[in-house]
Design a protein around this ligand. Sequence first.
Ligand code: 5AD
Ligand code: SF4
Length: 680
Amino acid sequence: MRGTVLVTGGARRLGKAIADALRACGWNVLVASRTAPDAAVAVDLAEPDAPSNLFAAAKAVAPDICAIVNNAAIFSQKQDLPPDELSRLRAVNVDAPRALTALLAANGGGAVVNIIDCHALGAVRDDNTPYLKSKRDLLAATVEDARALAGRVRVNAVAPGPVLPPESCHERAGSTPLGRHPTPQEVADAVAYLLSAESTTGAVIPVDGGQSLAIEQLLMKFLVHTYGCQMNVRDSEAVEALMLAAGYEKAAGEAEADIVIVNSCTVRDMAERKAVGKCGNLIAAKEGRGKTVAPNVKVVGLMGCAVKRMGADVFKSLPRLDFAVGPRRFGAIPRLVARCLAGETRILELSGDDEVPTGMDAHVGGSSFQSYVTVLLGCDNRCSYCIVPDVRGHEYSRPAREVVAEVRALAAHGVKEVCLLGQSVLRYGVRNAAWSADDPPSPGGYTEAFPRLLEALNAVDGLERIRFTSAHPKGCTDELVRAYREFPKVCRHLHLPVQSGSDRVLKEMGRRYTRVEYLAAVAKLRAFDPEFAITTDVIVGYPGETEEDFEATRSLMDEAGFDNAFIFKYSPRPGTRSAALPDDVPTSEKERRDQVLLDDQERRGQVRNERLVGTVREVLAEGPSLRNSARWSGRDGGNRIVVFEPREGVRTGTVVKVRITAARPQTLIGEIYTPIPSFS
Ligand code: 5AD
Ligand code: SF4
């Protein structure tokens, strides 16, 4: 028997789990609670004398009290609490735990663990302030006590973030990070560890899937910097959610960040240099050299595609980097941060080519009405110029059931538009099955995995729009076209990278289609809706690209009538097939071709957009436009930017009808449409 632990608040699932875990470790447990039926001492901690009465009563039952777990908590979902409720909250969550800690210090000492268990910890309001202030107060008080009372009591905290999944919580919708939450058992195990002799004040313990401990560190703020594509934007969001769930706070900017994580891209040389350069600056700031961009920074980590490409060489470029983690291992980041805070540095964790990341369903929540959802990881296409398969690994399709559950949770938290992500998203379900035999059959008789996913998502309540990116023409099947036609939530837009219009170059690139086949896919999509929006990526200056090849790209772009196009100058990437070819188109020529295509697209965009003048578009309002805040902007189903004058009652995240009055190459201008009443 190790002595007695006093546990406050024992009625909830978490309290029970803690008591059981401690008993299993040989502690005698005394539960003090206002409501638990088996409590040894019944108290209301909000009463002024409660802590001393409680301590005396507990001592009378068990004289050998040597530890306290402060697990009492008042939950409130209100943002603006009336003063009496606030003071009650403070009494229970901040003042009583501190008083109990002081009493233990005066009575022979021991160990204290404060549970900062409010599911709203880590959640922030729209203006980025913490949701429940007193919980952070408790954390601050814990840190203070740990310093002041060191030697007499060991004070620690467990801040598991939201312990219960959001559906079972009574919190304000959207305020809690979504995704995997620590189970009561995981939290209880952490508490048991903190009470054990191995732990010290401020110990750091990873609790899988949500953590975390380490008091001073929990007051730290993190920032994620993102380079690269939507995949990276999405991975960064998941990392933010995991860090919030681990108890850290999001920094408003670099100036206040303690931990900075840079998410890197390596698709072109320039992209990689930017991310590595950013890390270099941050490390210099950490060491007090260079411009103090981030005066508080203590941990600098690099994640994403460039890490996988560089491997251990990352430390040649960045010798004092704290950690580097591959693109399919971002779920480890809270744990790596904790290790770095405990003093480790130069940690490298590359992800495997078939690794399935953890934390993929974690979302920040909050007020956003749009969300990315990763459905297909990796890429098996192996185009000659592309490094993505080397860095993002093999294809893995997430089970449809998991994707549908994630989208449902997002929609329940106010998300109106999801964009499904995959490097070649129409290959969903090809390498591994996405649907299993026990999933309900497709109501519409869809047999292909991706259209069937669209069917299932179209049925999600509250969701208004479904997008996806990027696509390969081989995936433009009849079933996909049928899904576009049948499901109103599926936006009539496809990002269909063509890369080149020359059959010779396409063959060299290993794209597996000809110009004619590509144009056939375009025609198929526009056949049922002439306004169907098609956007593309093009590479100029591929090895051996002649003037004739380039002119073929120009003419293809005209024939396809792209609504928008992203032009890239060829950049050889180490290890790709084309890197063995001479990069023989001079930079100045690449720049010229780039500019020609951009000018063409500008003209084409103008012509295409003019056709829409007079039509009424359904626009998802995104808020004040960046250029002119008196106007709002949003996007139509074709992903076209639409600028309009807002009206009373128009809110961010709602779909409004806008009549187009003018066109620009990249924007439509319009006014909110009010139908003329019918008198018939
Ligand atoms: N050089 C230039 N552009 C590239 N892309 C991919 N690899 C390279 C490269 N080595 C472009 C392709 C792709 C987009 C995301 O980046 O057009 O569709
Ligand atoms: Fe960059 Fe490609 Fe990685 Fe996206 S997948 S971040 S574009 S290298």
